[in-house]
Design a protein around this ligand. Structure first.
Ligand code: PXG
Length: 399
């Protein structure tokens, strides 16, 4: 056994089951292990590394800002936060933003905003606000977020849970219309369910949900932590449907693959429910994170990563479809958020990931049957060829 892996098993909580590889270096779409073996990264840290590993401009922004001013808390202003928030609001068409660090914190922020908006603007009676979510959702790991997870393992052993959430089938806009009550504050939804298995809703779903929310004075809040910032070939996945959500949650790639940076963005009248002391975070909006996130947004623009994601995603999907393998049940995705579902009785997704690793490709299964392909957005055609060829070779061997 590798001693580093043993040491981690001894001292780290066993809340993950990593592939047996010890990574020491990353650059662009590539990762290297201790022995100097090179891998193509098809995971991008669950879509957090859309800019590629250690992007030189982002490393420079990080090191420069780290040497000037890193953390002061929001007790004071810094010169870095406002330019970031203006840029991200202008890019997404939202009015105001509240910066946090991890995705789950930004989701919690959205839930708090929605509830307070329901009480102070919509007129819902105290403690009666309801939030509708979707079966198969993944929004993070806090107690209130797992309270509305439909995955037993995320909940088991962690109750009691807060009330005020109801869940409907994903992709069913009629179910949303039926679930709304006068107490409904918000509908929280992932435009494409990522951790749920790269689940695509039917065409026009989000647009219909937007209309239903408007008609009922319910906030449409899109969790774009995984789908946002170019991952699906549009800046936001909700752009594909021409939808302007009332609130948007960003994280992961916002930190440029270097730092945890997240935020809740919303219409001005929604965000204005927060007053000083209501909500906060020691590290949220710190100038180090803000400098990196602003540079990450500029790189996204200047290197046209959103367009690249659309182009390379189409190519990747076409090459996968051409595999025509009896092991593959379905190929799903948009842009560079792709899931390949295998027939459960033929091969497990874990086995595919282990075999891909041996062939120099790193990915991770979600559930037992789906392997995700979500590389950094700067991946080139030849690299996609390498991945698809590796998959084809291992499927041929399995046969
Ligand atoms: N929303 C979505 C759509 C996500 O994919 C989160 C929220 C939570 O973000 P943070 O930064 O709090 O992890 C995610 C995270 C895991 C895991 O093991 C998490 C994600 C994907 C795969 C595994 O917790 N996505």
């Amino acid at each position: 056994m590798n001693t580093i892996i043993e040491q981690e098993a001894r001292y780290c909580a066993h809340n993950y089951h990593p592939l047996p590889v010890v990574l020491v270096k990353g650059e662009g779409v590539y990762l290297w292990d201790e022995q100097g073996n090179r891998y193509l990264d098809m995971m991008s840290a669950y879509s957090a590394v859309s800019h590629g590993h250690c992007h030189p401009r982002l490393v420079q922004a990080l090191t420069q800002q780290a040497g000037r001013l890193a953390i002061v808390s929001r007790a004071f202003h810094t010169d870095q936060l406002a330019p970031l928030l203006q840029k991200v609001c202008e890019m997404t068409g939202q009015g105001m933003a509240l910066p946090m660090n991890t995705g789950a914190e930004a989701v919690e922020t959205a839930l708090k905003a929605a509830r307070k908006w329901a009480y102070t603007v919509k007129g819902v009676a105290a403690n009666q606000a309801e939030i509708i979510v979707c079966d198969g959702n993944f929004h993070g790991r806090t107690i209130s977020i797992v309270a509305f997870s439909s995955e037993p393992q995320y909940r088991d052993g962690f109750g009691p849970f807060p009330a005020g959430f109801s869940s409907i089938p994903f992709g069913d806009s009629d179910a949303l219309a039926a679930a709304i009550t006068p107490n409904t504050a918000a509908f929280l939804v992932e435009p494409i369910q990522g951790e749920g298995g790269i689940i695509m809703p039917p065409p026009g779903y989000l647009k219909r949900c937007e209309q239903i929310c408007r008609d009922n004075n319910v906030l449409l809040i899109c969790d774009e932590i995984q789908t946002g910032l170019g991952r699906t070939g549009a800046l936001l996945a909700s752009d594909h449907d021409g939808v302007r959500p009332d609130g948007v949650i960003l994280g992961k790639a916002l930190g440029g693959g270097l730092l945890p940076v997240s935020m809740f963005l919303a219409r001005r009248d929604v965000m204005e429910v927060f007053t000083p002391g209501d909500h906060g975070s020691t590290f949220g909006g710190n100038p180090l994170a803000a400098a990196v996130a602003l540079e990450a947004l500029k790189v996204l623009d200047e290197e046209q990563l959103v367009q690249a994601s659309a182009r390379m995603g189409d190519y990747f999907l076409a090459r996968l479809a051409a595999l025509n393998s009896p092991f593959i049940k379905e190929i799903r995705g948009k842009g560079l958020l792709i899931g390949v579902e295998f027939h459960a009785d033929k091969v497990t997704a874990r086995t595919v990931c282990e075999q891909l690793m041996v062939r120099g490709v790193l990915s991770k299964e979600t559930h037992e049957t789906v392997v995700r392909f979500a590389p950094p957005l700067l991946i080139q055609q030849a690299e996609i060829d390498t991945v698809v060829d590796a998959l084809a070779a291992l499927l041929a061997e399995l046969r």
